[in-house]
Design a protein. Structure first.
Length: 573
């Protein structure tokens, strides 16, 4: 071949030819490198995205409860002794749990404190106890170990999202003295509170600097309202700067600053005034004695996030830490996330309703679009005459595959709801809307699968006497089924992730009950994710990420099934 090329006058050996060949090799190397770099960047972005969702969503699969020994008092639960289920269901089980929790903190006496303590419990804790007693009435009159579900704020704190706690053992001997109005004063023989006090001074200096920067910005605007605001902020900045630069002395603390506490003699004291060697404060947990505490037997605690910047108070943190120290707090897998419907309370909300609604919707979708789509593909590819009408139909089918999904939602709203009067927010209507959305994809994929079957299969069937219809349905269609199934599964995965068309037909409604049929009000997983993402509670952010993980698992499974089915049934010619 080299001799033939040379005989035709093709140059391989000159310097110009070698330079040209080297340029081609460099261009190919650059192309390969660019492809590898592009794939690496894509993989990095995908890894970052999935990692972010996993990190935010994993906490939602874990939940905390209080393991309490609850005495099921017959006088409260079943005063008549009839063991009637209706009477038992009306009993105040929440009072039994709250009374047991209050017994762990006998110092809680005021109404406000009892309300704050009861706020650690979820409203669903009583429902769990009620269901257990209804399932086994023989437990009435006994003391049972019962996990009482914590509220979302308490659960988030125990997961580490409330505030960081910095602890430092005391190096001096601390004395405790009782002051007026129940306050306590602590005095250490060493400057044990100096680091915490220095941190407070640094925080004040940082806030003063932020206000001074804002003053400069406002004065640069020149407007009269901005100048007045700048004057006000400047006064605040001077006050903070004076507190920050003052010699290390007594500093008054409020909710806008990190909390300084002392854990001494079995109690916990929150500082309202702190010096380098002591503090004055109020007890969050009562001290057991006023005896001096030796070095190493007490600690200085700093709740790093200011109380005004978090949803849980110092008092609630003190109670939770006391319960955790007693071994009453337990963490467990959040089965409720998969067994419950939606709820206004984050710790009670689950995705079961959305999962069932998604299954019903996809069932209606595939029941409509699979036979219609495959039949249309067979007719257009095998039986339809090639004329102007079929060309227009094929062009419109291809165009429908690129139409924005919300257009199908508008069509469903106008046709199925307004014209036909079908029930709003029902899986039946949602399935029909998604069937319209997926139908072009299935038709196109099915036609491609039919076209991929070699013409020799048709010719061989016709040659042995089969009719055109027999050759299509007995020979061509079975060989095209792997491609058809692959296209169908990919289309259903597309439908599973759709939100916009379902919002238009009312599936954005708050659905608590689990749907029992395709005509019941329902929602789907993508819409549930959309609803949770718009809620202000922090716990719903984790629920949103967890629901996204579940949706991704479904999508991965469906796409994996498409690959497996194609490889299993695919035949090569």
């Amino acid at each position: 071949e080299l001799a033939n090329a040379r005989s035709r006058g093709i140059d391989f050996t000159s310097d110009a030819a070698r330079r040209h060949l080297a340029r081609r090799h460099r261009a190919e190397a650059r192309f390969r490198s660019n492809g590898i770099i592009s794939l690496a960047i894509t993989a990095i972005f995908l890894l970052v995205l999935i990692s972010d969702v996993v990190v935010k969503g994993v906490p939602a699969f874990w939940q905390h409860s209080l393991l309490l020994d609850i005495a099921v008092d017959p006088a409260s639960v079943d005063p008549g002794g009839t063991r009637d289920a209706a009477a038992i269901a009306r009993a105040d089980f929440g009072r039994l749990i709250k009374d047991r929790l209050a017994a762990l903190f006998p110092e809680v006496g005021t109404r406000a404190q009892r309300k704050l303590l009861n706020g650690l419990l979820s409203s669903g804790a009583a429902d769990d106890l009620r269901r257990r007693i209804l399932a086994d009435p023989a437990l009435i009159g006994k003391t049972i170990a019962m996990p009482a579900l914590l509220s979302d704020d308490a659960d988030l704190y125990l997961k580490g999202t409330g505030t960081g706690i910095a602890a430092r053992s005391g190096e001096g001997v601390v004395t405790v003295s009782l002051l007026a109005e129940g306050r306590l004063a602590l005095r250490s023989t060493a400057p044990d509170f100096a680091p915490a006090l220095a941190a407070i001074k640094s925080e004040l200096a940082a806030r003063a600097q932020a206000l001074e920067d804002e003053v400069k910005r406002l004065r640069g605007q020149g407007a009269s309202a901005a100048r007045l605001k700048a004057t006000e902020l400047e006064s605040q900045a001077r006050t903070l700067r004076a507190r920050a630069s003052a010699p290390i002395g007594a500093e008054n603390l409020d909710g806008s600053l990190p909390s300084i506490l002392a854990e001494v003699n079995g109690g916990l004291i929150k500082a309202t005034e702190v010096t380098a060697a002591g503090l004055i404060g109020t007890p969050l947990l009562n001290v057991q004695s006023l005896e001096p505490s030796p070095a190493g037997a007490w600690r200085v605690l700093v709740y790093e996030t200011p109380e005004s910047a978090r949803r849980i108070t110092d008092q609630e943190i003190a109670w939770l830490e006391h319960l955790r120290a007693q071994g009453i707090v337990e963490g467990h897998f959040n089965t409720r996330f998969f067994t419950s419907g939606d709820s206004r309370e984050p710790e009670l909300a689950g995705i079961r309703g959305a999962l069932v609604g998604s299954l019903f919707t996809l069932f209606v979708t595939i029941a409509l679009c699979l036979p219609i789509g495959v039949a249309a593909a067979i007719y257009l590819e095998e039986f339809a005459p090639k004329n102007r009408v079929t060309e227009i139909i094929e062009v419109n089918i291809n165009n429908l595959a690129a139409v924005p999904s919300i257009v199908f939602g508008l069509l469903g709203l106008a046709l199925f709801l307004n014209a036909f009067g079908l029930p709003r927010s029902a899986a039946f209507v949602g399935g029909m809307v998604l069937a319209l959305l997926v139908l072009p994809t299935i038709i196109i994929a099915s036609r491609a699968a039919l076209k991929a079957v070699p013409p020799s299969i048709r010719d061989a069937a016709l040659a042995v006497g089969a009719s055109h219809q027999q050759s299509v349905f007995h020979h061509v269609l079975p060989l095209a089924m792997p491609g058809i199934m692959t296209g169908t599964i990919i289309g259903m995965a597309h439908a599973l992730g759709e939100t916009a068309p379902l919002l238009m037909i009312g599936m954005v409604a708050f659905i608590v009950d689990i749907p029992s049929g395709i005509t019941d009000s329902a929602t789907v997983l993508p819409v549930q994710i959309y609803l949770w993402s718009d809620l202000p509670e922090l716990a719903f952010r984790a629920k949103t990420a967890a629901a996204i993980l579940v949706l991704l698992v479904f999508l991965f499974v469906m796409n994996g099934a498409a690959i497996v089915l194609r490889r299993h049934f695919e035949r090569r010619w």
